[in-house]
Design a binder for this molecule. Sequence first.
Ligand code: ZN
Length: 348
Amino acid sequence: MSKVRALVLERQHELALRDIDLPLEVGPGMVKIAIHTVGVCGSDVHYYTHGKIGPFVVNDPMVLGHEAAGTVVEVGEGVTHLKVGDRVCMEPGIPDPNSRASRLGMYNVDPAVTFWATPPVHGVLTSEVVHPANYTFKLPDNVSFAEGAMVEPFAVGMQAATKARITPGDTAVVLGAGPIGTMVALAALAGGCARVIVADLAQPKLDIAAKYQGIIPVNIREKDIVAEVDRLTDGWGADVVFECSGSPHAWKTIMSLPRPGGVIVAVGLPVDPVPVDIASASTKELRIENVFRYAHQYDRAIALIASGKVDLKPLISETFDFEDSVKAFDRAVEARPSDVKLQIRVAK
Ligand code: ZN
């Protein structure tokens, strides 16, 4: 065990920047990473304000943070693709490589997966972390640490776009212009969509999304999304609909949005079960896909960022110093509609 400074969620509503003992021995196949930048995620904030997410309850002090980039400072035995000094980002989930889900290539749904900042597993808002080299990805020189820390949420967008099986020229709808909805829209455009209609109630969020070429914002406070999609697709419907709001209201009319034979990709998680209109889905032969985190997306997410095809920098609203971590979280709790992603710079 080593004593390191970390942002610790002591219990619901109580954060502290303090020293904590964390295991930092570098075993075979592992690397030690000096953390540079960590993004504040909705899930981190939810543990702070609610003390739990579904079955995951914060019973003991837990270090927050799972969207991270940093520099390799030590390499364990048998690691060949990384060396000291490499700039990297990390997948926060560590599956059991021998599990049935992992062997099927679906390591994201391995029931045994351990995931940073999901109780009782500590996160990475701290100076150093030891992680499997297999889930650590080298950043090209033209991808910054801040962008590296955006790869985690962007990987969710990549997973959604992959599950949609987009065909070049498709029209997509994204319900919800939060950080994930916006990243899903960008992944859909990178995946070949000609245009993405993004719907939300909050105009500042739509304004940020609308700066990207190909995104058509629809404020659903002013316009009916079904009528808008109808109008924009000459009554045919969208090829792909991504539900990213997690709102039960979205599911009331969602079946009217896709074209016959289209697809709905469920990304947002409603808190309670929602009724789903199966008859409408049947008569249109809709395909319905689900997304839980991501698998095999980091390489391609990093490649898209490095190519310049996807620019996530405009989504970083503000960067806080590590010493101001609690301030960063209190700002996130405010949920300003003009904030997309807040980040914490751990490195001096
Ligand atoms: Zn996240």
